[in-house]
Write a protein that binds this ligand. Sequence first.
Ligand code: CP
Ligand code: NVA
Length: 313
Amino acid sequence: MTTAKRDLLALTDLSTAELRALLRRAAELKRLQKAGACPTPLAGRSLAMVFEKASTRTRVSFDVGMRQLGGHPLMLRGDELQLGRGESAADTAQVLGRYVDGIMVRTFEHDKLETLAKYAPVPVINALTDLLHPCQILADLQTCAEAFGDAALPDLRVAWIGDGNNVAHSWINGARVLGFELVLACPAGYAPDPAVLGPAQAAGAKVRVVRAPSEAVAGAHVVTTDVWASMGQEQEQAIREAAFAGYQVDAALMAGARDDAIFLHCLPAHRGEEVSAEVIDGPRSRVFDEAENRLHAQKAVLEWLLGGRPLVG
Ligand code: CP
Ligand code: NVA
């Protein structure tokens, strides 16, 4: 019997047990790396990394992570591939799958990622689309586990302040899979996509959308936000700055959260817009641990998808 190939396009591709196991393995890989004892199960394996948008963290952490695991990353800019000249995603996926053991993709349309995954004979990993950013939330949840303990994850209360964007959508999926409470404060017109929120709520996820940031942060263990204009929305910057006035995470807002609350931001950040410098550079901020954990969490994903290391069982 052949088992179906696995992809990581959304956190909902993982069962609760798999996500918990992946986070535990990420923590273990972090300990091993600090001890100078990183395993190398991906010797002889290659990962194609297709980027149609800019990246610092994702690009470097996947590249270095592959190398630490003994494998070989290939950085492929979309505008240097035939994909950028109109070759179909389906053909690109089938061709790349003849050379490499996995394909990681950062692109605009989520549909394109799904097409690549459908036609690729090898695992496909979502490195951000306009809809979702699952690898980010793996690192965020690892950072939450470091702050509050792995066992506490299902009992956390997370406050999202600002745009109901790709990162917010992956937080919603994270809440759906792990069971923690998520309250998103979004201005009118910038709520999460009902295509993500609706199924999560229907599945019983403790996720709700409110208007007031103060309501979202009340009792929160984690306060998080993201830029007001994501990649591809740069021309909307001015209109979004007006829409998001009052949605900055500043010291006054953080004061409404728990005393031990942490601040997370996927980065890059715009100090003075979605977050004040005082908060992101302050004692509650975990943003650089969060950025580091991209490396460890994605190594756990690579070991699983390219190395065949089972997450559970
Ligand atoms: N957070 C994140 O994905 O960063 P990059 O855009 O730099 O990869
Ligand atoms: N929402 C942001 C995340 C960047 C990591 C964007 O899509 O640009």
